[in-house]
Ligand binder design. Structure first.
Ligand code: SF4
Length: 701
């Protein structure tokens, strides 16, 4: 490091905690990174991944120039190839023959422009996002219960709670700074209790007073039982229920009676543990239930979400300091994508694609020639449509579906046969790039400029502090250029990110008129200078009001037609039978020091030293029966594909279950793309894939 430095206030590009980062760039080009003490999400803390950000900035493996058909091209030639290819496909086969598949890694501005182009101007809702893999079941559960996709609480609730129930969440590894906040709160208030509900014994369990190692996908039985227990023990909040909810009687009928032995049998838990858990919740008004991918990534994920929400609604434990349900998102801008209608069944500013009034309002605001009239294809179905030829042109932005979608080999096959594949990315170390006819170099973290929203509805600036390398450009710019070439230039003529946010804010005002959750009208006239210095804030932030902390629903005010929350009747599905050929349940997920398909974290030696190679965690009894010793190579196989990984024999795994991390790709380890093994089964409501449950065979290699 030499000379003076310029420090930029930005946010971390990894998980949905959304930590503030101070990035300092010195005269010699060196960059250092530390936590922003003024950012409310992290108050100066960073985890191992955030702390190593400065080690990931090299231009090695950067995609720096556009190409068409494998040959370097100018931006003009590449944009022409995209717009001409999309226009021809639409003319020949209609708007639903093209698609966009985007990412929770892109900024709110990129997301907004992509949705405006597809839904309002091309006229198809075939735009979905890898956030479908992350929190679509939470969105669907929120909308069923609240009438809106609203996270009621704030991170501060984790510090104010007396009991935190973590369901399907390895917070210690996947949202580490939130876990640090809980650890710190527990040091000052030793009576803060923690229950972990997870089939695996994860690092998070080290802090738990009680670990409920339930059978996979039996969460509905556990939380239905809790609802029945609260009812039978007089633990419901009759006043709240009567004033602000509907559906309790039906939800209780679906839940059945609180038979602890039957619940223990259904969930695989000890009756004493079930009883202890229920008593802890019953006597603790300040309870927060945090849930994440173990809940969402399931073929019954939406029902799991509603089973959890039912217990909070029936007790009125929602939107109050230290109590409420809390969905934590995986990606840095999964929430921003939800706000702009990034999912195939939503419209911008939390409007519904299936509501004709909302469609008319958005079309009128955009002055667009057409509007998608039905929901588009969700991620897994979108690639099925590519595979069977219904979609003939796809633009993939900031995500790597050949490695990260279930049935990943099927996704590769689909793209191989697709007449036009466009990929916008920052890295050449992305397997999906091999299938691209047109490659577009995108601006990366540290170069791009815009907004992201974290899991507590906090919108923060992500700001550039490095020059754009090669010919890399912002994704929103590339989308606007294609829109212009398709003849829609006037509606896509922004000068910068602040113009896009201002337009989005004006749309949120039209939407709300004082009656809805998402409102950022305070930004409707924001100037580039004010945008540059914009401090993190929680939405809603209506025009003419000061920014502030906010919670929803303590006094009702839900966004259903009758303003009451709905308790949704959910039932535990019958146990899934495993075939003799595939007797194990494969669960996939994150490790502490890697992110997604490693294109950034893989550049840090420090991070790669944590866990150096892919592995399969399996129980010692299973290993013994299979003749597998620690560190043996094992094959994990399903009807969809197989991987070769190292055996990690540990009692952390439950018998009959194995865990394989999701990060390794063909670029790093040629036989460890675990999503090639994962079944493409989805939740019928949310369309989210069940990434935590694939029947597999495990054999010694
Ligand atoms: Fe980044 Fe998440 Fe770590 Fe915060 S907790 S530094 S947002 S990876």
């Amino acid at each position: 490091m030499a000379g003076s430095c310029v420090t930029t206030r930005t946010t971390c590009p990894y998980c949905g905690v959304g930590c503030g980062v101070l990035a300092s760039r010195f005269e010699d080009g060196t960059v250092t990174v530390k936590g922003d003490p003024d950012h409310p999400a992290n108050l100066g803390r960073l985890c191992s991944k955030g702390s190593a950000l400065a080690e990931t900035l090299s231009l090695e493996d950067r995609l720096l120039f556009p190409s068409v058909g494998g040959k370097r091209a100018s931006w003009d030639e590449a944009l022409h190839a995209v717009s001409e290819g999309f226009a021809r496909t639409i003319a020949d086969h209609g708007p639903d023959s093209v698609a966009l598949y985007v990412s929770g890694q892109i900024l709110t501005e990129d997301y907004y422009v992509a949705n405006k182009l597809m839904k309002g101007f091309i006229g198809s809702a075939n735009i979905d996002t890898n956030s479908r893999l992350c929190m679509a079941s939470s969105v669907a559960g929120h909308r069923r219960a609240f009438g809106s996709d609203t996270v009621p609480g704030t991170y501060e609730d984790l510090e104010l709670a007396d009991l935190i129930v973590l369901v399907g969440s390895n917070l210690a590894w996947c949202h580490p700074v939130l876990f640090q906040r809980i650890e710190a709160a527990r040091r000052t208030r030793p009576n803060l209790r923690l229950v972990v509900v997870d089939p695996r014994r994860t690092a998070t369990c080290e802090l738990a007073d009680l670990h409920l190692k339930l059978k996979p996908d039996t969460d509905v039985a556990l939380f239905n039982g809790l609802l029945a227990f609260l009812h039978e023990s007089g633990g419901l909040n009759d006043r709240y229920v009567n004033l602000h909810t509907s559906g309790l009687a039906q939800a209780l009928e679906a839940a059945g009676s609180c038979d602890i032995r039957a619940i223990a049998e259904a969930t695989g838990l000890a009756p004493q543990d079930v009883a202890t858990f229920y008593s802890m919740v019953a006597r603790t008004p300040k309870t927060v239930t945090v849930y994440s991918q173990g809940v969402n990534q399931s073929v019954c994920g939406t029902d799991k979400v509603n089973a959890i929400l039912n217990t909070h609604l029936a007790t009125g434990r929602i939107g109050r300091p230290g109590s409420g349900p809390f969905s934590v998102t995986g990606q840095p801008n999964a929430m921003g994508g939800r706000e702009v209608g990034g999912l195939a069944n939503m419209l911008a500013a939390h409007m519904d694609l299936e509501n004709p009034d909302h469609r008319a309002l958005v079309q009128s605001f955009w002055q667009s020639p057409r509007m998608a009239e039905r929901p588009g294809l969700k991620a897994v179905d979108m690639f099925r449509a590519v595979r069977d030829g219904r979609i003939k042109a796809i633009w993939i932005m900031g995500t790597n579906p050949v490695d990260s979608l279930p049935d990943a080999d099927g996704v590769a096959e689909a793209l191989r046969a697709c007449p036009l594949v466009v990929v916008s990315d920052v890295s050449t170390a992305v397997d999906t790039l091999a299938f691209a006819h047109v490659r577009l170099p995108a601006a990366a973290w540290g170069e791009k400029d815009g907004m992201v929203t974290n899991s507590e509805r906090r919108m923060s600036r992500q700001k550039g502090f490095l020059p754009l390398p090669g010919e890399a450009r912002a994704d929103w710019w590339a989308l606007a250029q294609v829109a212009t070439r398709l003849g829609f230039g006037e509606a896509f003529a922004w000068q910068g990110s602040s113009d896009i946010i201002a337009e989005f804010a004006r749309l949120s005002m039209e939407r709300n008129q004082g009656s809805r959750d998402f409102d950022i009208g305070a930004l409707a006239q924001i100037t580039p200078e004010a945008f540059d210095g914009l401090a993190p804030f929680q939405w809603p932030w209506p025009a003419g009001t000061p920014a502030g902390e906010s919670r929803f629903f303590a006094d009702g005010g839900f966004f259903t037609p009758d303003r009451r929350a709905r308790l949704v009747s959910v039932r535990q599905s019958a146990p899934r039978k495993l075939e003799r050929r595939y007797p194990f349940v494969l669960n996939t997920g994150r490790i502490r020091d890697q992110w997604h398909t490693m294109t950034r974290t893989g550049k840090s030696e420090r991070l790669s030293a944590h866990i150096a190679e892919p592995y399969a965690e399996l129980h010692p009894d299973d290993a013994g029966l299979l003749g597998i010793a620690a560190a043996d190579l094992v094959t994990v196989e399903s009807p969809h594909g197989k991987v070769l990984v190292r055996a990690l024999v540990t009692e952390r795994a439950a018998q009959g279950n194995i865990f394989v991390p999701m990060h390794w790709t063909d670029q790093v380890s040629s036989k460890a793309r675990v999503d090639a093994v994962v079944a493409p089964d989805t939740d019928p409501v949310s369309g989210q894939p069940g990434l935590k449950f694939t029947p597999v065979a495990v054999t010694r290699a």
